[in-house]
Design a binder for this molecule. Sequence first.
Ligand SMILES: [Zn+2]
Ligand SMILES: [Zn+2]
Length: 331
Amino acid sequence: MVGENIEVQTNISFMDAAKGVQKDIAVTPLVQCKTCSGNGLKKGMSRSQCKACEGTGTRVHFMQGGFQMASTCSSCGGQGVTIPKGGECGACRGNGAVRERRTVTVDIPGGVEDGMRLRVMGEGDHPPTGQAANPKARSEKGDLYVFIRVAPDAKFARNGSDVLYTASIPLTTAVLGGEISVPTLDGEVKVKVATGTGTGDKITLSGMGMNKLSSKRGNNGDLRVEFKVQMPKYLSVNQRTIIEMLADEMGDKSAKRIMNLNQYKEAPTAKDTSGKPGSSADDHKDEGFLRNMWHSVTGQHDHLNKPTEEQKKKNGDDQQEQEPKKASGSG
Ligand SMILES: [Zn+2]
Ligand SMILES: [Zn+2]
Protein backbone atom coordinates (compact mmCIF):
# COMPACT_ATOMS: atom_id res chain seq x y z
CA MET A 1 0.00 0.00 0.00
CA VAL A 2 1.34 3.41 -1.00
CA GLY A 3 0.22 6.73 0.45
CA GLU A 4 -0.85 9.72 -1.58
CA ASN A 5 1.54 12.41 -2.72
CA ILE A 6 1.20 15.86 -1.21
CA GLU A 7 1.81 19.09 -3.07
CA VAL A 8 2.61 22.37 -1.35
CA GLN A 9 3.64 25.74 -2.70
CA THR A 10 6.53 27.79 -1.42
CA ASN A 11 7.57 31.32 -2.36
CA ILE A 12 11.23 32.28 -2.53
CA SER A 13 13.11 35.38 -3.57
CA PHE A 14 15.15 35.71 -6.76
CA MET A 15 18.40 35.67 -4.80
CA ASP A 16 17.33 32.53 -2.89
CA ALA A 17 16.63 30.92 -6.25
CA ALA A 18 20.10 31.93 -7.39
CA LYS A 19 21.98 30.85 -4.28
CA GLY A 20 19.80 27.99 -3.07
CA VAL A 21 17.99 28.06 0.26
CA GLN A 22 16.79 25.84 3.07
CA LYS A 23 13.06 26.25 3.60
CA ASP A 24 10.96 25.01 6.48
CA ILE A 25 7.69 23.97 4.92
CA ALA A 26 4.56 23.32 6.95
CA VAL A 27 2.60 20.27 5.81
CA THR A 28 -0.27 18.22 7.27
CA PRO A 29 0.30 14.72 5.95
CA LEU A 30 -1.43 11.55 7.04
CA VAL A 31 0.78 9.80 9.57
CA GLN A 32 0.41 6.40 11.11
CA CYS A 33 -2.19 6.41 13.90
CA LYS A 34 -0.35 6.00 17.20
CA THR A 35 -3.41 4.70 19.01
CA CYS A 36 -3.83 1.60 16.84
CA SER A 37 -0.36 1.48 15.24
CA GLY A 38 -2.06 1.68 11.90
CA ASN A 39 -4.32 -1.33 12.04
CA GLY A 40 -7.47 0.73 12.52
CA LEU A 41 -8.82 -1.41 15.34
CA LYS A 42 -9.81 -0.79 18.90
CA LYS A 43 -7.69 -2.65 21.38
CA GLY A 44 -8.68 -6.31 21.58
CA MET A 45 -10.71 -6.27 18.39
CA SER A 46 -9.85 -8.12 15.22
CA ARG A 47 -10.97 -8.19 11.64
CA SER A 48 -13.55 -10.67 10.55
CA GLN A 49 -14.42 -12.14 7.21
CA CYS A 50 -16.74 -9.89 5.24
CA LYS A 51 -20.22 -11.37 5.35
CA ALA A 52 -21.34 -9.63 2.18
CA CYS A 53 -18.73 -11.28 -0.05
CA GLU A 54 -17.69 -14.14 2.20
CA GLY A 55 -14.13 -12.97 2.13
CA THR A 56 -13.73 -12.98 -1.63
CA GLY A 57 -13.76 -9.22 -2.03
CA THR A 58 -16.02 -9.42 -5.06
CA ARG A 59 -19.74 -9.78 -5.44
CA VAL A 60 -21.34 -11.53 -8.35
CA HIS A 61 -24.58 -10.23 -9.77
CA PHE A 62 -26.84 -12.39 -11.86
CA MET A 63 -28.19 -10.56 -14.83
CA GLN A 64 -31.07 -11.27 -17.15
CA GLY A 65 -30.35 -14.00 -19.67
CA GLY A 66 -28.00 -15.84 -17.35
CA PHE A 67 -25.13 -13.34 -17.49
CA GLN A 68 -22.95 -12.81 -14.46
CA MET A 69 -21.25 -9.62 -13.53
CA ALA A 70 -18.52 -9.38 -10.90
CA SER A 71 -17.88 -6.15 -9.01
CA THR A 72 -15.80 -5.07 -6.05
CA CYS A 73 -17.54 -5.70 -2.76
CA SER A 74 -18.81 -2.40 -1.44
CA SER A 75 -18.97 -3.55 2.18
CA CYS A 76 -15.26 -4.32 2.55
CA GLY A 77 -13.91 -2.38 -0.37
CA GLY A 78 -12.61 -5.58 -1.92
CA GLN A 79 -10.46 -6.51 1.05
CA GLY A 80 -12.54 -9.51 2.11
CA VAL A 81 -12.31 -8.51 5.74
CA THR A 82 -14.10 -5.87 7.74
CA ILE A 83 -13.74 -4.23 11.08
CA PRO A 84 -16.73 -5.32 13.16
CA LYS A 85 -19.23 -2.60 14.00
CA GLY A 86 -17.93 -0.42 16.81
CA GLY A 87 -14.50 -1.99 16.53
CA GLU A 88 -12.80 0.95 14.75
CA CYS A 89 -10.00 2.81 16.44
CA GLY A 90 -11.48 6.01 17.82
CA ALA A 91 -8.51 8.16 16.92
CA CYS A 92 -8.42 7.38 13.19
CA ARG A 93 -11.94 5.97 12.68
CA GLY A 94 -10.43 2.76 11.37
CA ASN A 95 -8.29 4.50 8.80
CA GLY A 96 -4.98 3.63 10.43
CA ALA A 97 -3.67 7.12 9.68
CA VAL A 98 -4.38 10.62 10.95
CA ARG A 99 -3.45 14.11 9.76
CA GLU A 100 -0.65 15.75 11.66
CA ARG A 101 0.98 19.15 11.32
CA ARG A 102 4.67 18.80 10.52
CA THR A 103 7.54 20.92 9.35
CA VAL A 104 9.73 19.57 6.59
CA THR A 105 13.06 21.23 5.91
CA VAL A 106 13.62 21.29 2.17
CA ASP A 107 16.92 22.04 0.46
CA ILE A 108 16.10 24.14 -2.57
CA PRO A 109 19.08 24.05 -4.93
CA GLY A 110 20.50 27.20 -6.49
CA GLY A 111 19.23 27.67 -10.04
CA VAL A 112 15.60 26.65 -9.48
CA GLU A 113 13.11 28.32 -11.75
CA ASP A 114 9.65 29.63 -11.09
CA GLY A 115 7.10 26.82 -11.53
CA MET A 116 9.49 23.94 -10.84
CA ARG A 117 8.38 21.08 -8.62
CA LEU A 118 10.80 19.58 -6.16
CA ARG A 119 10.19 15.98 -5.08
CA VAL A 120 10.92 15.07 -1.49
CA MET A 121 10.75 11.29 -1.20
CA GLY A 122 8.66 9.74 1.56
CA GLU A 123 7.29 12.99 2.99
CA GLY A 124 3.79 12.44 1.62
CA ASP A 125 0.81 10.69 3.17
CA HIS A 126 1.05 7.50 5.16
CA PRO A 127 -1.28 4.99 3.49
CA PRO A 128 -4.62 4.28 5.24
CA THR A 129 -3.41 0.91 6.44
CA GLY A 130 -6.54 0.42 8.54
CA GLN A 131 -8.42 -0.20 5.32
CA ALA A 132 -6.00 -2.87 4.13
CA ALA A 133 -6.70 -6.56 4.41
CA ASN A 134 -3.41 -6.93 6.18
CA PRO A 135 -2.42 -3.70 7.93
CA LYS A 136 0.97 -5.20 8.74
CA ALA A 137 1.83 -5.62 5.05
CA ARG A 138 4.64 -3.54 3.69
CA SER A 139 3.46 0.01 3.12
CA GLU A 140 5.10 3.09 1.70
CA LYS A 141 4.52 6.74 2.26
CA GLY A 142 3.78 9.02 -0.65
CA ASP A 143 6.09 11.84 -1.72
CA LEU A 144 5.99 15.54 -1.07
CA TYR A 145 6.08 17.82 -4.10
CA VAL A 146 7.16 21.37 -3.44
CA PHE A 147 5.88 23.76 -6.07
CA ILE A 148 8.30 26.68 -6.20
CA ARG A 149 7.30 30.23 -6.97
CA VAL A 150 10.20 32.61 -7.47
CA ALA A 151 9.37 36.27 -6.81
CA PRO A 152 10.40 38.68 -9.55
CA ASP A 153 13.43 40.84 -8.81
CA ALA A 154 13.65 44.61 -9.12
CA LYS A 155 17.07 44.44 -10.79
CA PHE A 156 17.39 41.11 -12.50
CA ALA A 157 15.36 39.08 -14.94
CA ARG A 158 16.29 35.64 -16.19
CA ASN A 159 16.09 33.44 -19.21
CA GLY A 160 16.80 29.87 -18.14
CA SER A 161 20.18 29.96 -16.43
CA ASP A 162 21.07 33.35 -17.93
CA VAL A 163 20.52 36.43 -15.79
CA LEU A 164 19.57 39.67 -17.50
CA TYR A 165 20.37 43.14 -16.23
CA THR A 166 19.66 46.50 -17.82
CA ALA A 167 22.33 49.09 -17.03
CA SER A 168 21.38 52.74 -17.39
CA ILE A 169 24.37 54.82 -18.46
CA PRO A 170 24.72 58.58 -18.79
CA LEU A 171 24.61 59.95 -22.31
CA THR A 172 28.17 61.17 -21.96
CA THR A 173 29.46 57.78 -20.84
CA ALA A 174 27.70 56.24 -23.83
CA VAL A 175 29.35 58.68 -26.21
CA LEU A 176 32.80 58.85 -24.62
CA GLY A 177 33.03 55.32 -23.23
CA GLY A 178 33.93 54.60 -19.61
CA GLU A 179 33.42 52.21 -16.76
CA ILE A 180 30.34 51.49 -14.64
CA SER A 181 29.40 49.31 -11.70
CA VAL A 182 27.05 46.45 -12.44
CA PRO A 183 25.33 44.31 -9.80
CA THR A 184 25.79 40.56 -10.13
CA LEU A 185 24.57 37.60 -8.09
CA ASP A 186 27.88 37.91 -6.20
CA GLY A 187 28.03 41.66 -5.70
CA GLU A 188 29.09 44.60 -7.81
CA VAL A 189 31.63 44.38 -10.61
CA LYS A 190 33.12 47.03 -12.87
CA VAL A 191 32.49 46.74 -16.57
CA LYS A 192 33.87 48.79 -19.43
CA VAL A 193 31.48 50.77 -21.57
CA ALA A 194 32.74 50.98 -25.12
CA THR A 195 32.93 54.37 -26.83
CA GLY A 196 29.73 54.92 -28.77
CA THR A 197 27.61 52.44 -26.83
CA GLY A 198 23.94 52.65 -27.78
CA THR A 199 20.73 51.60 -26.10
CA GLY A 200 20.27 47.87 -26.68
CA ASP A 201 23.99 47.10 -26.94
CA LYS A 202 24.87 44.07 -24.83
CA ILE A 203 27.82 42.58 -23.07
CA THR A 204 28.04 39.08 -21.62
CA LEU A 205 29.71 38.23 -18.33
CA SER A 206 30.10 34.53 -18.92
CA GLY A 207 29.57 32.13 -16.05
CA MET A 208 28.02 34.81 -13.84
CA GLY A 209 24.43 33.63 -14.27
CA MET A 210 22.43 30.98 -12.46
CA ASN A 211 23.60 27.49 -11.63
CA LYS A 212 22.49 25.05 -14.34
CA LEU A 213 20.42 22.41 -12.58
CA SER A 214 20.57 19.95 -15.45
CA SER A 215 24.34 19.82 -15.73
CA LYS A 216 27.33 19.21 -13.51
CA ARG A 217 28.29 21.41 -10.61
CA GLY A 218 29.98 24.67 -11.34
CA ASN A 219 28.40 25.04 -14.75
CA ASN A 220 26.66 28.38 -14.74
CA GLY A 221 24.72 30.51 -17.15
CA ASP A 222 25.79 34.02 -18.11
CA LEU A 223 24.99 37.49 -16.89
CA ARG A 224 23.84 39.52 -19.86
CA VAL A 225 24.07 43.26 -19.43
CA GLU A 226 22.04 45.44 -21.75
CA PHE A 227 22.83 49.14 -21.87
CA LYS A 228 20.20 51.82 -21.82
CA VAL A 229 21.38 55.33 -22.55
CA GLN A 230 19.78 57.91 -20.29
CA MET A 231 18.50 60.67 -22.52
CA PRO A 232 18.10 64.01 -20.73
CA LYS A 233 14.57 65.30 -21.06
CA TYR A 234 15.65 68.77 -20.08
CA LEU A 235 18.87 70.59 -20.94
CA SER A 236 20.33 73.51 -19.06
CA VAL A 237 21.52 76.50 -21.11
CA ASN A 238 25.11 75.31 -20.86
CA GLN A 239 24.25 71.74 -21.81
CA ARG A 240 22.19 72.90 -24.75
CA THR A 241 24.96 75.22 -25.89
CA ILE A 242 27.59 72.52 -25.76
CA ILE A 243 25.43 70.02 -27.56
CA GLU A 244 24.53 72.51 -30.26
CA MET A 245 28.26 73.11 -30.65
CA LEU A 246 28.72 69.38 -30.93
CA ALA A 247 25.97 69.25 -33.55
CA ASP A 248 27.80 71.94 -35.53
CA GLU A 249 31.10 70.14 -35.12
CA MET A 250 29.60 66.87 -36.28
CA GLY A 251 27.97 68.50 -39.26
CA ASP A 252 24.48 67.69 -38.03
CA LYS A 253 22.14 69.58 -40.35
CA SER A 254 18.91 68.27 -38.86
CA ALA A 255 19.30 69.21 -35.19
CA LYS A 256 17.19 72.02 -33.85
CA ARG A 257 19.24 75.15 -32.92
CA ILE A 258 17.90 77.71 -30.48
CA MET A 259 21.06 79.00 -28.80
CA ASN A 260 22.14 81.35 -31.61
CA LEU A 261 25.74 80.17 -31.44
CA ASN A 262 26.77 82.42 -34.32
CA GLN A 263 27.05 85.32 -31.87
CA TYR A 264 30.00 83.59 -30.25
CA LYS A 265 31.70 82.99 -33.54
CA GLU A 266 31.19 86.56 -34.65
CA ALA A 267 31.86 88.24 -31.35
CA PRO A 268 35.68 88.36 -31.71
CA THR A 269 35.64 89.98 -35.13
CA ALA A 270 33.16 92.56 -33.95
CA LYS A 271 35.23 93.44 -30.92
CA ASP A 272 38.67 93.11 -32.44
CA THR A 273 39.74 96.61 -31.50
CA SER A 274 38.66 96.54 -27.88
CA GLY A 275 41.76 96.07 -25.86
CA LYS A 276 42.12 94.74 -22.36
CA PRO A 277 44.68 92.06 -22.98
CA GLY A 278 45.19 91.39 -19.30
CA SER A 279 41.68 90.12 -18.67
CA SER A 280 42.24 86.43 -18.43
CA ALA A 281 40.10 83.35 -18.70
CA ASP A 282 39.74 82.70 -15.00
CA ASP A 283 37.38 85.55 -14.25
CA HIS A 284 35.11 84.57 -17.08
CA LYS A 285 31.52 83.67 -16.56
CA ASP A 286 30.10 80.42 -18.00
CA GLU A 287 29.37 82.12 -21.27
CA GLY A 288 32.96 83.26 -21.42
CA PHE A 289 34.16 79.77 -20.79
CA LEU A 290 31.96 78.45 -23.55
CA ARG A 291 33.18 81.12 -25.88
CA ASN A 292 36.74 80.21 -25.08
CA MET A 293 35.99 76.58 -25.63
CA TRP A 294 34.39 77.39 -28.93
CA HIS A 295 37.45 79.34 -29.92
CA SER A 296 39.73 76.46 -28.99
CA VAL A 297 37.59 74.07 -30.94
CA THR A 298 37.40 76.30 -33.98
CA GLY A 299 41.03 77.37 -33.79
CA GLN A 300 40.38 81.03 -33.01
CA HIS A 301 42.84 81.04 -30.13
CA ASP A 302 44.11 84.49 -30.93
CA HIS A 303 40.94 86.03 -29.50
CA LEU A 304 41.04 84.07 -26.30
CA ASN A 305 42.24 86.90 -24.13
CA LYS A 306 39.95 89.55 -25.52
CA PRO A 307 37.22 90.56 -23.11
CA THR A 308 33.81 89.37 -23.99
CA GLU A 309 30.93 91.65 -24.66
CA GLU A 310 29.28 90.54 -21.45
CA GLN A 311 32.29 91.58 -19.40
CA LYS A 312 32.63 94.87 -21.09
CA LYS A 313 29.04 95.62 -20.22
CA LYS A 314 29.72 94.64 -16.66
CA ASN A 315 32.84 96.73 -16.50
CA GLY A 316 30.86 99.72 -17.69
CA ASP A 317 33.15 100.06 -20.66
CA ASP A 318 30.82 102.46 -22.39
CA GLN A 319 33.35 103.72 -24.90
CA GLN A 320 32.42 100.70 -26.98
CA GLU A 321 28.69 101.43 -26.84
CA GLN A 322 28.53 102.99 -30.28
CA GLU A 323 29.81 99.81 -31.89
CA PRO A 324 27.22 97.63 -33.57
CA LYS A 325 25.96 94.97 -31.21
CA LYS A 326 26.10 92.01 -33.48
CA ALA A 327 25.87 89.57 -30.64
CA SER A 328 22.51 90.69 -29.34
CA GLY A 329 20.72 87.56 -30.42
CA SER A 330 18.04 87.89 -27.82
CA GLY A 331 17.10 91.52 -28.40
ZN1 LIG B 1 -6.10 4.40 14.88
ZN1 LIG C 1 -16.77 -7.86 1.24
